[in-house]
Design a protein around this ligand. Structure first.
Ligand code: SAH
Length: 216
């Protein structure tokens, strides 16, 4: 992969845009976005636009999220070093790479086999290794590795995946878009006790749907 001065320069401009126009203030998030070559996770025809705040098609009719959405979701996680993070919807692997660049221990799940394989290859090539990468249905989470400090869902859920809340540590946070297919609201759940959660709302977004089962 070629990460040229031009790419690096465009990334710096993107980071300034995220800071000034989107209001991202967690410097660790901005640093990670500055480090991870997003163009590497896109089809080459989109390479020139990789540092614009746009979503693009990836394999299996899915989309890589806008950089602003990646930044906002990541900021809401309030990540500390070496926290265990469960990501549902590996997709291209870009968001996974951002989390790893922030020194999170990432466990990621993807239901589309093509994307699982694609992300695995890409992450290996840039030496950003998740702790565990699973091809499976994210509704089930990863019970063997639970509990997690943080959970990030990158697809829109019509119903609350309660299994994921069970796999959260007390004090842990889950960031998840929820709603019908045309629009979702981004929520953050904080686990207060085994059965109590605080729920905060962070505006409207459009994500690809969270679907059950796997697709080979
Ligand atoms: N974070 C990704 C965004 C991918 S879009 C990126 O940076 O590229 C969301 C992804 O969630 C899609 O790849 C979709 O296949 C996946 N997905 C949808 N439902 C899922 C489920 N139940 N379990 C795991 N992955 C799921």
């Amino acid at each position: 992969m070629n990460d040229t001065f031009l790419h690096k320069g465009k990334r710096k401009i993107l980071v300034e845009y995220l800071r000034e126009k989107i209001g991202i203030s967690d410097e660790r998030v901005l640093k990670a976005i500055n480090e991870v070559p997003r163009h590497f996770f896109l089809e080459s025809i989109f390479e020139d636009f990789a540092y614009e705040d746009r979503a693009f098609p990836i394999l299996a009719k899915q989309t890589i999220s806008h950089p602003s959405t990646v930044a906002e979701q990541t900021e809401l996680l309030e990540l500390n070093e070496k926290e265990k993070v469960l990501e549902i919807g590996t997709g291209s692997g870009y968001q996974t790479a951002v989390l790893i660049a922030m020194n999170a221990w990432v466990y990621t799940v993807e239901r589309q086999k093509d994307l699982h394989d694609f992300a695995q290859k890409k992450l290996l090539q840039i030496h950003l290794r998740p702790k565990f990468q699973s091809f499976g249905d994210g509704f089930a989470g990863l019970p063997t590795f639970a509990p997690f400090d943080k959970i990030l869902v990158t697809c829109g859920a019509e119903i609350l995946p309660t299994e994921l809340l069970k796999q959260l540590k007390i004090g842990g946070k889950m960031v998840i878009p929820m709603g019908k297919t045309d629009e979702q609201i981004l929520y953050r759940f904080t686990k207060i006790s085994e059965n109590e959660f605080e729920k905060e709302e962070y505006g409207a977004y459009k994500f690809v749907p969270m679907l059950g089962k796997t697709n080979l």
